[in-house]
Write a protein that binds this ligand. Sequence first.
Ligand SMILES: [Zn+2]
Length: 79
Amino acid sequence: MLSCEEVDGFLYDFHEGNLSSIEKLKFKLHLSMCSECRQYVKGYKNTIKTYQSGFIKADQIDEVPEDLMQAILKSREPK
Ligand SMILES: [Zn+2]
């Protein structure tokens, strides 16, 4: 699980498309569980939007399917 600090660090690369699919997933997973980071990312997006309208597909952030999330969580948690 990413920490909020790591999410912060991922944010730029996420928007630049530099994250691997696993990293992207972890990023989204954290956002799905952390309202603080969701707000933070929202603010970040809005900031970018003012410069590059149409660049961000903002809706994608909430599209991690529940069962995929569970699978990732399970695989990452030591027994
Ligand atoms: Zn967070």
